[in-house]
Ligand binder design. Sequence first.
Ligand SMILES: Cc1cc2nc3c(=O)[nH]c(=O)nc-3n(C[C@H](O)[C@H](O)[C@H](O)COP(=O)(O)OP(=O)(O)OC[C@H]3O[C@@H](n4cnc5c(N)ncnc54)[C@H](O)[C@@H]3O)c2cc1C
Length: 496
Amino acid sequence: MDRGSPEIREIPASADVVVIGGGSCGSVVAGRLSEDPDRRILLVESGPGHRIPAEFPPELVDAGVLPVGPDSRWIWPYPVELTRGRTGWIARGRVLGGSGAVNGGYFVRAQVDDFANWPASWSYEHVLPYFRTIESDADFDGPWHGTTGPIPVRREPADRWHPVSAAFADVAHAAGHPDDPDKNAPGSHGIGPVPLNIRDGVRVGPASAYLLPNLDRPNLTVRSDTTVTRVLFSGTRVVGLEVTTDGRVGTIRASTVVLTAGAVATPHLLMLSGIGDAEHLTTLGIPVVANLPAVGSEFSDHPEVVLPYRYRRPVSRTTRTPVLQVTLNTEDIEMRPYTAAFGDLIPGSGIGKPCLGVVLMKPRSRGEIRLVSADPGDAPTVSYRYLESERDREALQSGVAHAADLMHSGPMSRLLEPERIETSDDWLADHLGTSLHLSGSCRMGVDEESSVVDERCRVHGIDGLYVVDTSILPSVPSRGPHATAVMVAERAHTFM
Ligand SMILES: Cc1cc2nc3c(=O)[nH]c(=O)nc-3n(C[C@H](O)[C@H](O)[C@H](O)COP(=O)(O)OP(=O)(O)OC[C@H]3O[C@@H](n4cnc5c(N)ncnc54)[C@H](O)[C@@H]3O)c2cc1C
């Protein structure tokens, strides 16, 4: 590696603003900031890039496929411990578009009470205009919805539902759950179609909606296949970045840096750069720039227990059928009748059977991300600590028991035969996964003890450094985080 090279020729030596990570939030921030022709914006993405949506490889286009298997070239794989003694790995998107380019296309807003633990300037009334700005809802308008935003939102009509979506909706209604036609309305709960950022079977994530249409702006430069390895400071002021591309190391000068590397890579990069728990950094020989113990601490995510079954008769699924068409939302559980086995949805995953997901949407267990070394090439450890809260275990047990009842009733029991379902702690742990909604690893808040950024997304005690991605959500919302992350990015660009 040529560490002596001071500059990398193809990358601008400086920019007014550098955005680190061209994922869901980075695409929004770079797209919006570059609307001002007098600001030079550089977006640096570790994964491969595309100039136009037509260049997207088919697996990134087809919303019926999650291209995040072990051999995928579009992901960062991270080893994780889900709960004590149960290890595995998780994927995060590593491509222009980030996780939003490989995800399930479920685009549901956080609920009103999710904002209770956000700073007061992020109440539902404050964020509603931004939720409306980001979307073009094809099904609903009025005070809660936007109709002219970049992200198309629509729900699958019932006549296009997969047999398992239709059967599940029937049994949920029969069990007394209310109809929930608009899951993006305040107070939504019950059974209904999922708002999707999918148009004609094609995933339309923030890169397609905010970034790619604007690549011809002279003041916007996007550099893919380039990894930031450190943020550089003079004292506590940002002065630039260290990057690696094609095995070469160089620097970029910038006085404003927006970190949008996602909820695992952002705390990783902050710690490598000297921002984090001082004791932890010092142990690894990293000079401390700011002692912020909340970096990587107490993140939250949705634990998901999967209930496998077999179909009693052959069931076909057309290509580009969304992964999820309907969900049932109760007080703290979401049930997901996936339209295919994960083995089919995630090429190479080897997870064969179709399943119903039972997900805890307001988990109390909190996890931790820590460095193993000061080498940027070493993945951090990600410890979820799922099921450590007794209330989480009880809520999941009761959710699984209710799901079993639904699977054994009416049209569901005629369509499929569930495998044996139990609610013991061991059985839950054996069937445990994660929804990949990791949030809160660099929380927004008021003080330096318990949070990392202030309500304008500035890292406490540092000049020129913002964080704008799912890491700053104070906790994982009670719905998937994608719509909320895009809303945050849409608002946050106005702070810069
Ligand atoms: C498989 C999968 C399915 C999901 N399904 C859904 C769903 O259906 N609905 C939902 O609400 N949520 C879903 N999620 C979660 C949701 O997609 C994410 O929470 C959201 O996209 C995160 O956005 P982000 O901007 O925080 O990070 P990301 O979109 O992950 O973007 C981070 C970007 O930064 C880049 N990067 C990282 N480190 C560096 C570095 N050092 N230098 C340069 N670039 C770097 C990455 O390559 C990536 O492109 C899913 C997630 C996954 C992984």
